[in-house]
Design a protein around this ligand. Structure first.
Ligand SMILES: Cc1ncc(COP(=O)(O)O)c(C=O)c1O
Length: 334
């Protein structure tokens, strides 16, 4: 049996989730007629206190649609240098959004209010002022790091003061919520747009949601269609999201405990594992691809996240026992 720690996207829907998919009431969502999609969008909007929501196939598409509601072609967006939108979305924002970014290196991927204040360019002749800032919570390349709510609120205050919008990439915001106890609506309150994924810690096979201002939704629907994301009986997939949200997201605490256990075991074996805040363990190693290949040979799959960095992600489909076994295999392979 393989223990797959490459990502929390590798989970397979449970029999109960599959049953919910089978039972879903559907219609043609391009005509705006899918009741299950509408129910999912209303549910997620309500959870975060947003006016509107749009169901999308992927987190990348949710990020791009949301950001393009805030930032036009040739306009500037601030993000940390390791943001998912820059590191792992194939330059889509600049390719099809014409968006320029201004970045800075940060500790664990988290921008401070001072960073944002320093990076915002004022609009003067020959300088197009900054339009928006993007924050990732939790932060993937930061090892699942979590923004303290006060840090987000301080950034919001700077953004308001300087007339700049805020987007949160909340692919794993559920993990931030469970790790800190911060209500989802508090996260919603600091963002103009927010993207969330159903296909990571929550275990749905597919799907993300972009949270939006009501006035932007028609434009967002158009953008999704333009990107080829108009989907028909998408309620089959929305049903998996509704099912996931009808079950306590508090379960994610188990993934966090498993990640901590994994890191502790690796540290005890002399590996440079960073202590995780949520479900992502980063380990500094001399040769990441070689370690990943050796571990795969012993049925433990991990991601080479850089030449000297590996990533291990805990999720619904790995148990405490799997993590203990994986730590042993990795310690030997290293
Ligand atoms: C922080 C973050 N944002 C966005 C995404 C994109 O999600 P998707 O793979 O569904 O496009 C990911 C995927 O891992 C992610 O980690």
């Amino acid at each position: 049996m393989t223990i797959d720690l490459r990502s929390d996207t590798v989970t397979k829907p449970t029999p109960a989730m599959r049953a919910a998919i089978l039972d879903a009431e559907v219609g043609d969502d391009v005509y705006g007629e899918d009741p299950t999609v509408a129910a999912l969008e209303a549910k997620v909007a309500d959870l975060f206190g947003f006016e509107a929501a749009l169901f999308t196939p992927t987190g990348v598409m949710a990020n791009h649609i949301a950001l393009r509601m805030l930032v036009g072609p040739g306009q500037e967006l601030i993000a940390d240098a390791d943001a998912h939108i820059l590191a792992h979305e194939d330059a889509g924002l600049s390719w099809h959004g014409g968006i320029q970014t201004r970045t800075t290196l940060t500790a664990n991927g988290l921008l401070t209010a001072d960073d944002v204040s320093r990076l915002i360019r004022p609009q003067v002749p020959h300088t197009l002022g900054t339009t928006a800032v993007e924050l990732e919570n939790t932060h993937n390349r930061g090892g699942g790091s979590v923004y303290p709510l006060e840090q987000l609120q301080a950034i919001r205050a700077v953004a308001d003061d300087r007339g700049v919008a805020v987007h949160i990439d909340g692919a794993r915001i559920w993990n931030a919520h469970v790790a800190t106890g911060t209500p989802l609506r508090e996260y919603g309150a600091v963002a103009d747009t927010l993207s969330v994924c159903l296909s990571k810690g929550l275990g749905a096979p597919v799907g993300s949601v972009a949270l939006l201002r009501a006035q932007d939704r028609p434009r967002a629907v158009l953008m999704r269609h333009r990107l080829g994301g108009g989907w028909r009986q998408a309620g089959l997939l929305a049903a998996a999201g509704v099912y996931a949200l009808d079950h306590p997201v508090a379960r994610l605490a188990e993934d966090h405990a498993n990640a901590r256990l994994l890191a502790e075991r690796l540290q005890a074996a002399g590996l440079a594992a960073r202590t995780p805040a949520t479900n992502i363990v980063l380990v500094d190693v001399p040769d990441a691809p070689a370690l990943a290949a050796r571990a795969a040979g012993h049925n433990v799959r991990i991601s080479a996240f850089g030449p000297k960095l590996v990533r291990l992600v805990t999720h619904l489909d790995v148990t405490e026992k799997d993590c203990l076994l994986a730590a042993e295999v990795l310690a030997r392979a290293a």
